[in-house]
Design a protein around this ligand. Sequence first.
Ligand SMILES: [Zn+2]
Length: 354
Amino acid sequence: MPSHISHSLLAEKLFESLGVKEFSPQARHAVYIGAQGPDIFYHNRRSSPSGLLAGSVIHRKGFGSVSARMLEHCLLNGFDHNSPQGVYTLAFISHGIMDRVFHPYINYFAGWVDGSAESENYRFCHPFLERILDGALACTLCPDNTDYSPGDDQPLNNYSFADKFDAGSEMPHALRETLEFALKQSYSRMSRDEQLGARIQNAYADSCGFYHYCEGPRSPRIPCQWAALLHPKKLPADIDFLNLKGTQWFDPCDQDKAHSWSVHKLFSRALEQATRICRPVRDILAGGDPPKNYPGLPAELGDHGLRSDVPGQDMDSPCTLKHRDPLPLKAVLEQIAAGTCPSHWKAADELFGI
Ligand SMILES: [Zn+2]
């Protein structure tokens, strides 16, 4: 899946393309918290009771239903398109769309660990490639961010995602309630979980801590598994991380279809899809009647898993991952972790074209 800055950039561009120029302070946080979708549960590794499991469940099955229930919650309670709940719902929807569009690319070019000796070379490469894409998209999609330059202490200094996400020690009640309602309505096990609200709060609080950690000071030498979670300051110029050369690649879940899309092309596809799906939803939240041929949220978004936009794979029948042709990411990561990057490597802003 893409990482937090990629998701937050997509949500920003989505609202831009929907013509939204201003948010209340509460709704602004809803953009960034919503854009992380169920990923906040993945970061719930300190506080208890934990929602870690919910992260996998929602990614594997039921995303369309959860989104539809969030919309239902807004409509039942009269929360409109500008409310924190309405904004949260739209940003949340964009998360699933982006996961499905980007995950095949990341899997193909980062590989996965499957027990074979060869696949050990791909350990930690998936999150590392996600961070590289974060930096590349931040460079090319934020025209205001012209002095992007991963500094010593602040890897994505001007973007400062953690501040955008951080709404204080408590997750805003309006958002927590929306998510809790949708999860309880969508999964029978969660409907019986009296601690679900606490799990959501803990997921939010741990995510906040994690995002601040990612932007904080770092030591020159750290273990690979931590280095993989930080945005790299310098990278070699001879690896085509973004597939700008249009090399053919495959969705690991889809045996037949070859693609040559670059990361920027994938971003455009995700934005186009998110805008198409979210525009009628926002209109309905604004009080309009559903348009003719309105596809309906579950039908359009689907309940299949978020690791591909190939329908038909979910928790009960996940796709068999086959195709991969990983970039030499492990060698790059090991040099970053050891603090031995060669001097000819380029700063990210230089490499990604600002
Ligand atoms: Zn995700």
